[in-house]
Design a protein. Sequence first.
Lengths: 461, 241
Amino acid sequence: MRSMSRRLTLGYALAVTVTVVIALATGYWLLEHALLGNLNQLQEAENIEVVQDLGADMATMPEAELVRKLRAHAAADEDLFFFQVHEAAGRVIFRSPSLGDSVLPDLSPSGPSWTIVLPPHGRVYVSEFVHGHLHLQIGSRLGPTEQLLGKYRQVGAGLAVAVAIVSLGLGYGISRLALGSVRDIRATAQRISAGNFGERIPVPPGRDEVAELVRLLNSTFDRLQAALKQVRQFSADASHELRTPLTLVRLNAERLRTQVAADPEATATVDNLFEAVAQMNRLIEQLLFLAKAESGVLPLAREAHDTAQFITAIGEDAAVLAEDRGLRFAIERNDAGRVAFDAHLLRQLLFNLISNAVSVVPAGRGFTLASQRLDDRWRIEVRDEGPGLPAGQLEQVFERFVQLPRPGGGAAGGHGLGLAISRGIARLHGGDLRATNRTDRSGLVMAVDLPAEVPPAPART
Amino acid sequence: MDCREPPESGLFAHAAAAYPMKVLIVEDERKVGQFIERALTEQSHTARLVGSCAAARDALAESAYDAVILDLGLPDGDGLDLLREWRSAGFNEPVLILSARDEVEDRILGLNRGADDYLAKPFSLEELLARVRALLRRQAGTKSTQLAHGELRMDLLARTVANAGRPVELTSREFALLELFLQNRGRVLTRTLIAERIWEAHYDMETNLIDVYVRRLRQKLGATEDKPLIRTVRGTGYQLT
């Protein structure tokens, strides 16, 4: 967004400045031509005056008379013009005194008028008029014209710089005005996606493109909210409908248990009931969790945490579990850092991975935990020394109701939802969970990858 | 381990409550409500069962209660709205939410609106009663910094534990767990409650972590097969004996 505003500002300023510079350059070009044209006209008029002064027989006049008359004429207009007369063959007959030692060159083959640098007079504009075998050259100093053009260039450059500066400011104002509504839309959309599903973007007045876009976004949010509400409602209903009978089974079993407390066999039967209820409840919990996680209605309580502290605490529990099973455990690596995540859910994910590791690693071997900062990612790995998995099953284990094969062929205690849930948790955080086989030895690596940025905490309602 | 229970410590065979209380049960599943009602009256408490928001409002307007057990999904409204209404009207007695919704978010929402505890269905009656008692105790505000059980002594301020005069080294988790047991002597602590209090986990941890910690506690406290100190209540949890 910031770069968009910058692009708009720069683009606007560039367009305005270039337009103004082109206009000024065109003006300069036109002015220059007008001034030279003007000079040309003056010289033509002067030529006519010379002809009138000297008479039509100028070409046939004796040279001495011609020079005298020319000198008289030149004296009158000396401030304005240089005069020089030469023969077609090139011999110079007359040079006005104002020329001093300078001689005007004959450049007539290249055109009737030209500009030369004539020291010490500076740039001079010369026109040549042919009268029989005589060529009359009339020159005008370009100094005053160039001064004028120089002024124009100065003023023009100043103007262009001023326009560039002003248009930068204007462009910034316009971009803020144009993008202001976009910024509002973004801020609101962000709040909505952070969980305030009831909020809507205020529709700006009028029927312009932005208003249309806002209407479209709002109607999309409406549909999204309705869909989310439906999922939530379903999940709440399913939870209620499934758990109420389960509650009654459990309460009845509890009552029954006190009544048969004297009979160990009956007590054991009732205890089986408790376990079945607990298992059933866990299944309901996991299925509903998956349904919610995958439809995006599960709210994340993201907060910034110290990753090293978090991993150390998890490691303590992992060490206790490992020791209990006669396994080795170590935290291989624990990078410092702060990352925003839902601690409950991430703990659940890691406990699940650790519990899997504990159940596949044979006694005497071990597993490790490693937490690593990689640029903008946070990677947590659980590396075990179990049998690993056939390549074809590395992805399959994340599917629902797929159980990890246990050593000795025994089935796991769960429902095969643990890894699906774990991956769901990682993905809810914008990350992922992947399984790979170790390359250094047999064993599995479960790698959790989470984005490591610490976003500003979204307002939770 | 120990799956036999002496009859006298059975679920409904507790001695009459030391402080009989009057509890309002708001639960639209009649059978569930009746179970709770019966369990409370068996412990010499007075209980009244209502099945809707309207009935709950009337009941609370009619007479005073020491505690409320509140279901969230009621036929004529949401228990959370009822709770907010009561709290803003100045009703300060403990409220325990009982709900089939067990999302962390629901729990947070419930506690934010003024509930004192939150128990997910399916629940154990034993646990429900223990939690209600705990709420009333919290209300009474009798919290000691010294806990004792048999030859066991725990100092909450110094964070030390001694068994028969000998100091016992415990990790912070083990300490927290033992404290929980000592605070609830004689009561069955379910795995759910332990997971919730010690690990802040409102889900099944899918590990035998709790069992392992209990085993370690027993070892460190010198428990034996016939004197386990912390008794396993199969299918439910543990109990300090």
